[in-house]
Each structure stands twice: as structure tokens, then as C-alpha cells.
Ligand binder design. Structure first.
Ligand SMILES: Cc1cc2nc3c(=O)[nH]c(=O)nc-3n(C[C@H](O)[C@H](O)[C@H](O)COP(=O)(O)OP(=O)(O)OC[C@H]3O[C@@H](n4cnc5c(N)ncnc54)[C@H](O)[C@@H]3O)c2cc1C
Length: 396
């Protein structure tokens, strides 16, 4: 039986995690206040593009957001993985004609999310105000990113380490690219990903020593494109820089706990991983998927509110830990020139290249997450290979 009064929640932080969390909570019948000290223009302006996975597609579809994003989504059907130090070692991931991922620019994503948040019944959007709203709520969901002050105020540590690598991102015009293909190249200084954006444009996510990232960021266009040419997979050439490169430090961090009392940490407030494999935002949104399931159960009167943060934290830490461990292992294994590691790398990539079931398994883990999430309140099952309706929902 549904609760007589809708439960209330403060979502602090209106980045991609906070906005989607607010929309999921309001869809479950909660009264939501979404607050961010940054104004809408600053929230939408960040220069980034995300590689989205199947778990993300299911979440956004279930929330009715996918359709609105379709004109801006660039699907890719092939992912070509290669190891610079292993010469010919290459692995091609694909699922026939089906998309295995989508690339999406930050701006259209945030434009849509902020529009939906502004117009959703039961959602109060407070942007550009440095003061946190003071009204008491039944639950606090902190989506404040890696520098979360609320996490510190809750006395929750954020242990982990900074990589010696930074990550430089930019958009370029590409020549020689096979359509609908993404590339991940392991290079001794760090991985480099090339993500298609359509019309021959691509997002480059180029990891390397922080000093090298800063140096490259300061190069003029011609010198930058020359440096990039040496790092791109064979056959690819960047002919034009479409936006100035930006770089940011990368880290591996996991909060000591994901909930305390009536508060919980969602997205990068709770964890941060290396961009290799494009897991970051997808992992954040898997937090939202579980929060949505738990919030729907509370709103339906199936569970007390007090149980929500504890259940959320219990269900989220394994996925976060495994994803962080997997990305960290890739960096330790592949971002070096260590001769003793070369045979191991050749063996791993060779096994993947030869074994279709192994490739399917690796793709499924990267695309749906290492832990099945089950059926979402909207009826899609993000654990099924292409996000079909869950059997549970079909029966209903
Ligand atoms: C410079 C940079 C470039 C990146 N580029 C890419 C990329 O190209 N591709 C990719 O996949 N990933 C990229 N990432 C990572 C990606 O941005 C994160 O995975 C993603 O933004 C996490 O979303 P989030 O909503 O959890 O956190 P954030 O996006 O960090 O959002 C947190 C929000 O909380 C707000 N906030 C902070 N403090 C408070 C407070 N006290 N109260 C209320 N609100 C608060 C902030 O204003 C912000 O809007 C990049 C990260 C950075 C830093």
C-alpha cells in the first residue's frame, strides 16, 4: 500500500548523477528538492562527452529520457582494442549489427535533464544559490561529485590514490575512421580512446603523465595535432581541432561507506575511477538505478524509509569495488613498458581475440556492470543482454 504522504528528499548536486537521481525519485512519487550552487549555464557548459553502456540505456529509457536524447546519440557497433606494445595484438568487440555503446555530448544531455527537472511535478529545482536548503527531508542524496563536502561532514573518508596520469579530452575532425567504430589503445604512458561523434568528428580521451597532458594542452593546433598523430591507431588522422583540449587529474577512490543515517552518497561522491573503459558515469547511473528501485519500494509502502540508505549501500559497494578494481588492473597491467608483463598481456589479448564467448563475457561485464541490477521500476531489465523487458514485468 502506497504511503499516505509522499516521502521527501533533498538531492544535492545537479550534475548528471543528481539530475537523473532527482527524476527517478520524482517518478517513484517522492517530493524532491534538487539543489546546486552552480547556475544552469555552468552545469551545461562542461566540455566532455560520455560513452554510454547498455545499463545506462535501460535506465534512461525507463525514465523516458532516451527518446529525447536520440538525435544527439552516436551509436557504435565495433570497439577495437589494441596494445601499442604488443604490435599486432588487436581485439574487435561487436554484437552483430547492434550498437554496443553510444557517445553523447555533455551539453545536450544537461539541457534535456535540466529541462525535465524544471518541468517535473513534485520537483523543486534550486540552482545558482550557494546556500543549501534548510528544510528537513526524509532522505538526503548527495551527488556532489568527487569533492563532496557533505561526505566530509558525514565523517565518511574517501580513501584511494591519485594516478600519476592525467586525462586530456578534446574533439577533433577525423580522417580514415571506419564508421560506427570506437578505439581503445593501450599505450605505455596511458590509454587513449577515440569515440565517434558522427560526421567524422570524434572525442579523444588521452591519458598520460600529468605534465605531458598540461604540455599538450598548451600546444598550438598544429603541434597538438602532430603529437596526437603519433598516438592515434594506425590509419587514423586528426585533421582539425574542434575545441580546445582540457585536462583533469584521474584517481581511484571509494568512500569508506555509501550511507550514514538518512543520507547516502550517489555517483562520484561515492566513487571515482580511471576513465579507461568509459565506466565512470555509467557506474554513477547504476547507483541511480538501485536508488530508484529502493525508492519505489519505499513509496509503495513495501519497506520503511529508514532501511533505504542501508539497503542501497549494501547493494552498491560490490559493483563499485569491482569496477574500480577492474579499471585499476587495466592501468597497472597496460600502462607501462614492463617486459615481464608483456607475455601476460599477449596471452590475455590473444585469448580474447580467439574466443568469442570470452569477448561476449567481457563486453557484457563492461556494458551491464559486474553485478545484475534486475528489473527497473519502468519495466526494463538492465541485466538482460539488450535490456529487454524483464520476465517479471512481462508476467505482470
Ligand atoms: C574536467 C573533467 C572532464 C571530464 N571529461 C569526461 C569525459 O570526457 N568523458 C567521461 O566519460 N567522463 C568525463 N569526466 C568524468 C565525468 O564528468 C564524471 O564521471 C561525472 O561528471 C560524474 O557525475 P556526478 O554528477 O556524479 O558528479 P559531477 O558531474 O562532478 O557533479 C557534481 C555536482 O555537484 C555540485 N556540487 C558540488 N558541491 C556541492 C554542494 N556542496 N551542494 C550542492 N551541490 C554541489 C557541483 O556543482 C556539480 O554540479 C570528466 C571529469 C572532469 C572533472
Amino acid at each position: 500500500m502506497a504511503l499516505p504522504v509522499a516521502p521527501s528528499v533533498l538531492v544535492s548536486g545537479a550534475g548528471p548523477t543528481g539530475c537523473v537521481a532527482a527524476l527517478a525519485l520524482v517518478a517513484s512519487g517522492w517530493r524532491v528538492v534538487l539543489h546546486d550552487p552552480a547556475p544552469a549555464s555552468a552545469l551545461a557548459q562542461r566540455a566532455r562527452a560520455y560513452a554510454l553502456t547498455q545499463s545506462t540505456r535501460c535506465l534512461l529509457q525507463s525514465l523516458g529520457l532516451w527518446e529525447g536524447l536520440l538525435p544527439h546519440l552516436q551509436p557504435f557497433q565495433r570497439l577495437l582494442l589494441s596494445d601499442h606494445a604488443c604490435g599486432a595484438a588487436e581485439v574487435l568487440f561487436s554484437d552483430g549489427d547492434a550498437a554496443i555503446g553510444w557517445v553523447l555530448d555533455h551539453r545536450p544531455l544537461m539541457d534535456l535533464l535540466l529541462r525535465r527537472c524544471a518541468s517535473a511535478d513534485g520537483l523543486q529545482l534550486l540552482l545558482g544559490d550557494p546556500e543549501r536548503p534548510s528544510q528537513p527531508t526524509d532522505l538526503q542524496v548527495h551527488c556532489e561529485g568527487a569533492g563532496s563536502r557533505a561526505r566530509d561532514a558525514l565523517g565518511i573518508g574517501y580513501p584511494g590514490w591519485d594516478y600519476r596520469q592525467g586525462c586530456l579530452t578534446c574533439q577533433v575532425q577525423l580522417v580514415g575512421a571506419t564508421p560506427a567504430t570506437a578505439w581503445e589503445v593501450f599505450r605505455p604512458e596511458g590509454p587513449l580512446a577515440v569515440l565517434p561523434l558522427g560526421g567524422g568528428r570524434a572525442q579523444v580521451v588521452w591519458s598520460g603523465p600529468i605534465t605531458a597532458c598540461q604540455h599538450r594542452q598548451g600546444l598550438g593546433e598544429t603541434a597538438f595535432l602532430e603529437a596526437l598523430a603519433a598516438a592515434l591507431p594506425p590509419g587514423l588522422l586528426a585533421s582539425q581541432l574542434l575545441e580546445p583540449p582540457a585536462s583533469f587529474p584521474v584517481a581511484c577512490r571509494l568512500a569508506g561507506r555509501l550511507a550514514r543515517g538518512r543520507a547516502l552518497l550517489c555517483g562520484e561522491s561515492g566513487h571515482r575511477c580511471h576513465p579507461v573503459g568509459g565506466q565512470g558515469l555509467n557506474l554513477c547511473w547504476r547507483d541511480v538505478a538501485v536508488l530508484w528501485q529502493e525508492a519505489a519500494a519505499v513509496a509503495a509502502g513495501a519497506r520503511p524509509i529508514e532501511a533505504l540508505p542501508r539497503r542501497y549501500a549494501r547493494r552498491r559497494w560490490v559493483d563499485a569495488l569491482l569496477t574500480l578494481a577492474a579499471t585499476d588492473l587495466l592501468i597497472r597491467l597496460f600502462s607501462n613498458r614492463s617486459l615481464p608483463l608483456l607475455p601476460l598481456r599477449r596471452l590475455g589479448l590473444g585469448a580474447l581475440a580467439l574466443s568469442a564467448p570470452l569477448r561476449r563475457l567481457a563486453l557484457a561485464a563492461a556494458s551491464r556492470g559486474p553485478v545484475p541490477l534486475g528489473s527497473l521500476p519502468g519495466g526494463l531489465d538492465s541485466g538482460s543482454p539488450r535490456g529487454e523487458q524483464s520476465p517479471l514485468f512481462r508476467r505482470a
